[in-house]
Write a protein that binds this ligand. Structure first.
Ligand SMILES: [Zn+2]
Length: 82
């Protein structure tokens, strides 16, 4: 669990607001609240399970599938046009 950027105490996960859920579609985030009762910091942090490298891997995977599908389509088209 990450630490509070304001006081350094442990953070607890809380439910995201609708706007956070929408934002999460593009950039996965988790909403946290500071467990220090005197601090009350609340905010969004990037989802550590959805790191940029993992996101990039997904983009490369989809690009590979797309290129593969186009290549397959071209080959299939050539075969069918013969
Ligand atoms: Zn705090």
């Amino acid at each position: 669990m990450p630490e509070c950027p304001k006081c350094g105490s442990k953070l607890g996960r809380i439910h995201r607001r609708p706007v956070d859920r929408f934002y999460s579609l593009l950039n996965p985030i988790i909403r946290y609240r500071c467990r220090n009762t005197k601090c009350h910091w609340e905010g969004n942090m990037r989802d550590p399970s959805q790191t940029l490298t993992k996101k990039r891997q997904n983009i490369f995977l989809w690009a590979a599938i797309l290129v593969g599908a186009i290549g397959f389509g071209l080959v299939l088209g050539k075969i069918l046009n013969k």
